[in-house]
Design a protein around this ligand. Structure first.
Ligand code: FE
Length: 238
């Protein structure tokens, strides 16, 4: 028996993985799979979905940048890199960044460290490529503590997109009770709402987790984070 909920006990960080297309276009995505995997020599790895433009860019260039997100990362920043396609969106147009010695973008805002990696091995692990590599350059930034996946889910109320390595299919549906409410979200609300007055209501995007506080959404409402329409929002207590 495989209890999928066991996977919820795995701890992850949150990272913006960047790379460059052959034509020089800068690309990037969100991943929770960057880690150090050996000490002598120091090696790291990241798993990226094969359908991601960033994965294809890394497969071609064998180089990637890693920006370690911190607790002050906004849903707007995460949404820009996590819920859009790098070929359709210039993800760097409204983001502060600099270039490392490989010419890869390092995100300057809401990040506590950056790494530049040269991939030495590419392993096909099914839905994802695992890029193992060596560190070319690294630095720390003056920022908040590193953002964890748990904090992203419970405090920022973020969702796991289908292309993430940790996506578990319909497990989120399993977490819903008969009323259709998401217990994990309600648990957070209950913690925050102790002693509060009458509950307020808002709408949450089922794709990216973005929350808007208003009684009714206009027909033409579009999620500012992932672009989903009104029909992808569900009513929640705030
Ligand atoms: Fe959204």
């Amino acid at each position: 028996m495989v209890d999928k909920k066991a996977f919820h006990n795995l701890s992850y960080g949150m990272f913006i993985i960047t790379s460059k297309m052959p034509d020089g276009r800068l690309v990037g995505c969100i991943a929770n799979t960057f880690q150090q995997v050996a000490s002598d020599p120091v090696k790291v790895s990241v798993a990226l979905n094969k359908d991601n433009v960033t994965a294809q860019a890394v497969e071609g260039s064998l180089e990637y940048g890693v920006s370690v997100l911190s607790n002050d990362a906004t849903m707007e920043l995460i949404g820009t890199f996590g819920f859009h396609n790098s070929l359709e969106t210039d993800k760097f147009s409204d983001v502060e960044y600099s270039l490392d010695t490989l010419g890869l973008p390092w995100i300057e805002e809401a990040c506590c460290a950056n790494f530049s990696v040269k991939a030495t091995e590419v392993i096909d692990v099914g839905s994802h490529f695992l890029f193992i590599g060596t560190i070319e350059e690294a630095r720390t930034l003056d920022a908040e503590a590193p953002l964890t996946y748990d904090y992203y889910h419970k405090v920022l109320r973020g969702k796991t997109p289908k292309k993430a390595a940790s996506y578990l299919g319909d497990l989120n549906e399993d977490a819903k009770d008969a009323s259709g409410e998401d217990n994990s979200v309600l648990e957070v609300i209950a913690d925050e709402g102790e002693g509060a007055c009458a509950p307020k209501y808002g709408w949450q995007c089922k794709i990216c987790g973005y929350i808007v506080e208003m009684d009714e959404l206009p027909e033409d409402f579009v999620c500012p984070i992932c672009g989903a329409g009104k029909d992808m929002f569900e009513r929640i207590a705030l």
